[in-house]
Design a protein around this ligand. Structure first.
Ligand code: BTN
Length: 341
């Protein structure tokens, strides 16, 4: 581990207590000025570390930043977050950066994080509102050992993993998944997933899974067009949270559900989806690449496809699309309220 990393580990062990500069320099076998230099760097990165003559240094606790070293500290995964974690104060889109890294040959488990995105991308060409320090914007690089026609299961795996990870953070509020991969609380959108696949015939080269989650966003900070349809953990629970802990929970949960998929046990993912799925039995409008279908959701089948019966009685098996739930009192085509963003 680097000198900086070792200093951080030592300070972290004694969070809230003073640690003398002498002890640090002895432990690391470096000069006290070398210690001071690293402390300055840590402070610049955002770590709250106090210093006092004769007392030394005091670490006040993890900052609310998605710093790479903070992610790995105490993270219970084998792969995700344990390879290289790329961190940006500001970036266009973490998915774009992750794609670039994937093309360069970076391994599965590499992640890209940003405090802010200036061109955050959503599904179907939409943008993703990504204000600085308020949300989690992360992209995971996957090199799954599954055939390409199984790739559409990945967004569902991710949605289940994210919802399972969030359960303890949002207390007893209704947390739901709107197929295939919207995370809702109180019927409003809390998070979204953008999975982008690169294939070569049957073979998947890589998949980039981008997760956007509104964590500490106050209601008034959303642009007016999102205020009615978006929410954050802060809005839903009234409490702000340490984003890094949520991110760690998401990575741990993702690794678990992703391994079910890799082991050919997608059934375990679907079982969990049942706990959260909002659309079974609902009347919906489904916008797909081939057009729109209005009807009733009958099921999500064993492969993760949505089964919809339209108003003419035709059954559709849909791989991917954008679902708008039609309120029951407006349960006929033409008068639905869109829940999408
Ligand atoms: C959606 O439309 O619901 C998907 C939103 C996905 C947003 C995330 S934020 C991190 C990653 N980088 C992006 O540009 N988009 C995804």
């Amino acid at each position: 581990m680097s000198i900086k990393g070792t200093i951080l580990t030592e300070l972290r062990k004694h969070t809230g207590d003073w640690v003398s500069g002498e002890l640090l320099s002895d432990t690391l076998n470096v000069t006290r000025s070398a210690v001071w230099k690293q402390i300055k760097i840590l402070r610049e990165e955002g770590y709250p570390i106090e210093s006092l003559p004769k007392k030394g240094y005091r670490f006040l606790g993890p900052p609310d930043l998605l710093l790479p070293e903070e992610i790995t500290a105490g993270l219970k995964t084998k792969v995700f977050g344990q390879k290289q974690n790329f961190y940006f104060k500001e970036i266009g889109s973490t998915n774009m950066e992750a794609r670039h890294l994937a093309e360069m040959g970076y391994p599965e488990g590499t992640i890209v994080l940003a405090e802010k995105q200036t061109e955050g991308r959503g599904r179907r060409g939409r943008s993703w509102y990504s204000p600085s320090g308020e949300g989690i914007y992360v992209s995971l690089l996957l090199r799954p050992k599954i055939v390409s026609n199984e790739a559409p299961k990945i967004p569902l795996v991710t949605a289940v993993a994210v919802a399972a990870a969030l359960k303890s953070w949002i207390e007893n509020l209704p947390l739901q998944i709107k197929w295939p991969n919207d995370i809702l609380v109180n019927g409003k959108k809390l998070g979204g997933i953008l999975a982008e696949v690169s294939t070569d015939m049957e073979v998947i080269n890589y998949v980039i899974v981008g997760i956007g989650l509104n964590v500490n966003t106050p209601g008034e900070s959303f642009p007016p067009e999102l205020r009615e349809i978006a929410t954050s953990i802060l809005i839903a629970t009234g409490k702000s949270c340490l984003r890094i802990r949520i991110l760690q929970n998401i990575l741990e949960s993702f690794e678990k559900y992703y391994s079910f998929l890799q082991e050919g046990n997608f059934g375990r993912v679907l079982q969990k989806l049942d706990e959260f799925s909002v659309i079974k039995g609902a009347s919906v409008r489904l916008d797909t690449a081939k057009g729109s279908i209005t009807g009733k959701v009958l099921d999500i089948d064993d492969d993760g496809f949505l089964i919809v019966r339209d108003y003419n009685g035709t059954i559709h098996r849909v791989l991917s699309g954008d679902v708008s739930i039609i309120p029951p009192e407006e349960n006929h085509p033409g008068t639905m309220k869109s829940l999408s963003y």
